[in-house]
Design a protein around this ligand. Structure first.
Ligand code: AMP
Ligand code: MG
Length: 490
């Protein structure tokens, strides 16, 4: 078989304690239902070869491509606060790594490839709805400019898989900066082998933060960089109204990319308490809790690094604690600067925080659509005041807020048209709204991919108005989101 990818296997070779060599389970009739040709090209693969039967056999796990060394990766994780010492890839395999056309090492990973030794009670399978959701969400994030893993392909298998009902089986081919997670460190730390932990930390540094190799305290610096990357990521999520849904430590990537889009969702009406995940009963991973829970997750990461940071435990803990205590400020700085940009500001002033808070209060009081609100503000700058009233209502606090914002903009003195254009360049019109995603995935589960393809296409260009696609910009019909839940039983 010809080489589809120039695979390397540095993780499996360098950290054999953290992988199990394994094979995908063969599937009867693979069919390619979603494919990312641009990403295939980025990975140095021939898109048409990958869409041929030989390529689809690889994407289905029926053939091991030349040079790949499929492994299930071991990791642990804190799930909803409780520690699970052994999670790992229960239904996924790392095929290997590919250097992309920019020279960046990327993981190729099959999800839904059958039971592995980490499967516990799971069937090792995935179904088409959740795999298409992950495809759609990852690519929408990419189009929004938010750090994320990517989706190369979804293949249906020809099997029917038992979930709440029988559903078509599928695999996702995922592409990620790496699959190094906080949970990978938790797993390695509990093995009690300091040399292994150091090798894992060194691998992470080489892969994601190579400049730290020369640092005087590389492991403390690694902690700092991961804290910074997560502060930035979560701020970006908050600024588009995204709720990851399962921010367990095994779903926190050390690269700073978003990963594992399971029961995630975008909120329509602004409300920090918004939760959609069917398994998040206490609201631990509610929209507004994401920064706090990320700091909690990072604390779990820091704990694993203590033996590497300093031979004196007290010294190490103190240094790590100081670093962790900086998280809220780092998050706040990214959030404020992002919020300022969403409102067309290019400088920061002391009173801006109050301006931002009061806008959010007006949104919350009026149950205003978070995404559409920012586009309506840009419209107001262009002289269309009706757009704001249409979103916020005639009685809204927004009408007292608008003159304050106008005055604040005047400090910068830019022409309104330019400010509005700058706002529109970063405030999306189109996001993966729950009712649209739901509609597309339900149809796909019945074998009709048209809605999925249409939504995927609209989301690939989220900032530009697309004539005829108005319904994709509107929030769900009243009451849709009230009972809406996303399911983790994927
Ligand atoms: P997730 O909630 O997708 O992040 O997965 C948490 C853990 O459950 C990971 O160890 C997964 O590999 C495992 N898992 C989830 N679904 C299945 C399944 N159907 N079969 C086997 N393992 C699974
Ligand atoms: Mg996961």
């Amino acid at each position: 078989m010809s080489a589809f990818f120039a695979f390397e296997n540095t993780f499996a070779a360098g950290l054999p304690e953290l992988v199990t060599d394994w094979q995908a389970v063969a599937v009867p009739t693979p069919r390619l239902v979603a494919f990312n040709a641009a990403l295939a090209g980025e990975l140095g693969a021939d898109p048409s070869a990958l869409q041929s039967p030989a390529g689809i056999a690889i994407l289905a796990g029926n053939e091991v491509p030349e040079g790949a060394r499929p492994v299930a990766m071991a990791y642990a994780g804190h799930q909803f606060g409780g520690y699970s010492p052994r999670l790992g890839d229960g239904r996924a395999l790392l095929l290997g790594e590919v250097l992309d056309t920019g020279g960046v090492r990327r993981d190729l990973h099959l999800k839904g490839s059958g039971r592995t030794p980490f499967a516990r009670s799971g069937d090792g399978k995935a179904t088409v709805g959740p795999m298409l959701r992950e495809f759609l969400l990852a690519e929408a994030m990419f189009a929004l400019g938010i750090p994320t893993n990517r989706a190369l392909a979804v293949v249906t298998t020809g099997e029917q898989i038992q979930r709440q009902r029988l559903e078509p089986g599928a695999l996702l081919t995922r592409v990620a900066g790496s699959h190094l997670r906080v949970g990978t460190f938790e797993y390695a730390a509990r093995l009690g082998d300091p040399e292994l932990l150091r090798r894992l930390a060194d691998y992470t540094i080489t892969r994601h933060y190579p400049e730290l190799a020369e640092s005087a305290s590389p492991y403390l610096s690694l902690l700092e960089r991961v804290i910074e990357a997560q502060a930035q990521l979560v701020a970006r999520w908050m600024l588009v109204g995204f709720i990851h849904g399962v921010l367990n430590t095994d779903n926190v990537a050390l690269s700073g990319d978003g990963i594992d889009y399971g029961p995630c969702a975008f909120m329509d009406q602004y409300d920090p308490a918004t939760v959609f995940s069917s398994i998040d009963h206490g609201g631990r991973y509610a929209y507004g809790n994401q920064p706090g829970v990320t700091q909690w997750n990072l604390t779990r990461f820091a704990e694993t690094l203590v033996p590497l940071i300093d031979p004196d435990v007290e010294v190490a803990v103190e240094a790590a604690t100081t670093m962790l205590e900086g998280f809220p400020d780092r998050f706040g700085a990214h959030w404020s600067s992002g919020m300022g940009k969403k409102l067309g500001l290019t400088t920061e002033e002391a009173d801006d925080t109050a301006l931002f808070r009061d806008l959010l209060d007006a949104m919350q009081a009026g149950r205003v659509d978070f995404t559409a609100a920012f586009r309506s503000l840009a419209a107001a700058l262009r002289g269309d005041g009706e757009a704001v009233t249409a979103r916020f209502g005639a009685q809204s606090l927004i009408h007292e807020w608008l003159p304050r914002w106008t005055e604040r903009l005047a400090h910068e003195g830019d022409a309104s048209a330019d400010v509005a254009a700058a706002m529109d360049a970063i405030n999306p019109i189109y996001i993966p709204r729950n009712h649209l995603v739901d509609e597309a995935l339900n149809a796909a589960t019945e074998g009709d991919y048209a809605a999925f393809e249409a939504l995927d296409a609209v989301l690939s260009d989220p900032f530009t108005e697309q004539p005829g696609q108005e319904r994709y910009a509107e929030p769900a019909p009243a009451d849709f989101n009230k009972g809406f839940q996303t399911f983790c039983g994927t």
